[in-house]
Ligand binder design. Structure first.
Ligand code: ATP
Ligand code: MG
Length: 413
C-alpha cells in the first residue's frame, strides 16, 4: 500500500532502489484510487498509468529516466481522486473529462503497448509534456473546485485510505445479544438508551452480580440504539482478566480486537480513534474496574478513556464495581439497584419452572437474598438441577443458605 513518501528520489546513492520504491508507491496509490472512484473514464486513465509504471518497473532497463513520469502519474491519481470525491454526484467536469480523453489518445495513452526494454529519452520527454499539460488543466480545474493544495489532498487521501482499509479488514466480534432472561429493567434501559442517543456518557456502577453487564447488553440491543449506531456498537469485556494482567497495551488490544483493527505499535490509540470517528459509535467498556485499577499504566489508561470519550462521534458506556472513574469525562452515573420484588420473583420462576404455591414465602426468601440478580439466578438453578420441590427448596434454603450459593457459584465459575 502507498506510503506518504513522494516518489521522486533525489539522492544519487542507491538511486535504483529509490526509483523502484517510488514506482511501487505510485502503482499502489494509483490502483487504490482506481478502486475507490466510480468514474469509468478516470478509471481507464489510471489503469493506463498503472500499466505503464508496472511495465517500467518490471521490464524497462532505464528506469531512472521515468522518475518524473512516476511522480506525475502519482500526482494525477490524487487529483483524479479529489475531483471525483469533491462533487456531489462524483462526476468529473466536462473540461477534465475532455482532458482525460485527450491524454488517453496521446502518446502516453498508447505507451503501455509500445514499451520495449529501453525507451529513448525523447519519447519519455514527450510523455512528460503530455502529462504536464494535463496536470495544469487538472490543477486549474481543482483550484476552482476545491481551493485545496496537492499536499492537503494527499493528506486527505491518506485519511480516506486508512478508513477504507480499516472498514474492509474489520472482522470485529459481533456485539452480544440481549440476555435471554432479563426482567424488571425497562425504565433503566430506557433512561440509559436516551442518554447514549444524546451522546452523553454513562457509568453503570454497582456491586458484583447486580446486573450491570446484563443491563449494558440490553441497552446495546435497544432498537433506537441499533438504528443510531448500527455496526459501530462495540462491547469490550474485561471481566476475564484481573487488574494485575491489564496494561495500556492490553487495554487497547482488547478494543482493537473487537473493532477488527490491526493496531501497529506506533500509535494504537489514534488508529482506534480514527475508526471511531468514521461514524457514530457506541463503546461499551464492561467491567472497567479491571483496567481502572490496573497494576500498570492506570493513569495512561484513564487518559485513553478520556480521549476516546472526547471524540465527537463516540459515546462511552462503562460498567464498573468501582466508583473511581476517568476524571475528564462528564459521566452520568447510574447506581444499578437490586431487582424489584416482582422482577426478582419473575427471574426466579423463569429458571425454577415449578409451580409456586406460597408466593409470599418465596418473596421473603428472595428478600433475604436482597433481590440480588446473580444470587437469585444461582439459587433457582440449584433448585432446578436438584429437582427440589417447593418445600424442599425452602427447607434446604433454611438449613444451608450461603453454603448453597457458594457451591453453585464455584461450580459455575
Ligand atoms: N435483569 C435481570 N433479570 C434476570 N437476571 C438477571 C438480570 N440482571 C442480571 N441477572 C443475572 O445476574 C447475573 C449477573 O449479572 P451481571 O453479569 O450483569 O452482573 P454484573 O453487575 O455485571 O456483575 P460483575 O460486577 O461481576 O461483572 C446474570 O448472569 C444473570 O443471571
Ligand atoms: Mg459485569
Amino acid at each position: 500500500m502507498a506510503s506518504r513518501e513522494n516518489p521522486p528520489a533525489t539522492s544519487e546513492h542507491g538511486r535504483k532502489d529509490k526509483i523502484m520504491s517510488a514506482l511501487s508507491t505510485s502503482i499502489d496509490t494509483i490502483n487504490c484510487v482506481k478502486d475507490a472512484i466510480p468514474n469509468e473514464i478516470a478509471k481507464g486513465l489510471l489503469s493506463t498509468f498503472s500499466g505503464i509504471l508496472s511495465a517500467v518497473k518490471n521490464t524497462i532497463r532505464n528506469k531512472e529516466d521515468f522518475e518524473e513520469l512516476a511522480r506525475q502519474c502519482y500526482e494525477i491519481s490524487f487529483l483524479v481522486w479529489r475531483a471525483t470525491t469533491a462533487t456531489p454526484n462524483k462526476a468529473l467536469s466536462l473540461h477534465v473529462t475532455r482532458a482525460i480523453d485527450d491524454l488517453k489518445k496521446s502518446k502516453a495513452g498508447v505507451a503501455s503497448r509500445t514499451l520495449s526494454v529501453t525507451i529513448d529519452k525523447e519519447k519519455i520527454a514527450s510523455w512528460q509534456r503530455d502529462l504536464s499539460r494535463f496536470l495544469q488543466i487538472f490543477n486549474t480545474e481543482l483550484n476552482i473546485l476545491t481551493h485545496v493544495k496537492l499536499e492537503e489532498i494527499i493528506a486527505m487521501f491518506e485519511q480516506f485510505r486508512l478508513q477504507a482499509e480499516t472498514k474492509t479488514t474489520a472482522q470485529g466480534a459481533l456485539p452480544p445479544s440481549k440476555p435471554s432472561l432479563f426482567v424488571g429493567r425497562d425504565n433503566l434501559v430506557h433512561e440509559v438508551s436516551g442518554l447514549l442517543a444524546e451522546f452523553r456518557h454513562v457509568a453503570l456502577l454497582g456491586t458484583g452480580g447486580i446486573g450491570k453487564s446484563c443491563l449494558a447488553k440490553a441497552v446495546l440491543n435497544e432498537p433506537d440504539i441499533v438504528t443510531k449506531f448500527g455496526a459501530q456498537r462495540y462491547f469490550i469485556r474485561y471481566d476475564d482478566m484481573d487488574a494485575s494482567q491489564v496494561s495500556y497495551e492490553v487495554f487497547l488490544d482488547r478494543i482493537g480486537g473487537i473493532l477488527g483493527l490491526a493496531l501497529g505499535a506506533v500509535d494504537p490509540l489514534s488508529v482506534i480513534s480514527t475508526h471511531l470517528s468514521s461514524a457514530p459509535s457506541l463503546l461499551i467498556l464492561d467491567n472497567a474496574e479491571t483496567f481502572l485499577d490496573a497494576a500498570q499504566d492506570k493513569t495512561r489508561i484513564a487518559d485513553a478513556v478520556d480521549s476516546l470519550g472526547a471524540l465527537a462521534s463516540t459515546v462511552v458506556l462503562l460498567t464498573s464495581r468501582s466508583r473511581a472513574l476517568p476524571s475528564n469525562i462528564l459521566w452520568n452515573v447510574i447506581a444499578v439497584p437490586a431487582l424489584e420484588p416482582v422482577a426478582a420473583r419473575e427471574a426466579f420462576t423463569a429458571v425454577y419452572h415449578k409451580p409456586i404455591k406460597k408466593i409470599d414465602v418465596i418473596d421473603s426468601l428472595l428478600q433475604s437474598l436482597d433481590c440480588h440478580p446473580l444470587s437469585i439466578n444461582l439459587l433457582a438453578h440449584a433448585a432446578r438441577e436438584n429437582d427440589w420441590s417447593y418445600k424442599e427448596l425452602l427447607d434446604t434454603w433454611n438449613k444451608r443458605q450461603t453454603d448453597l450459593l457458594h457451591t453453585v457459584s464455584r461450580s459455575e465459575s
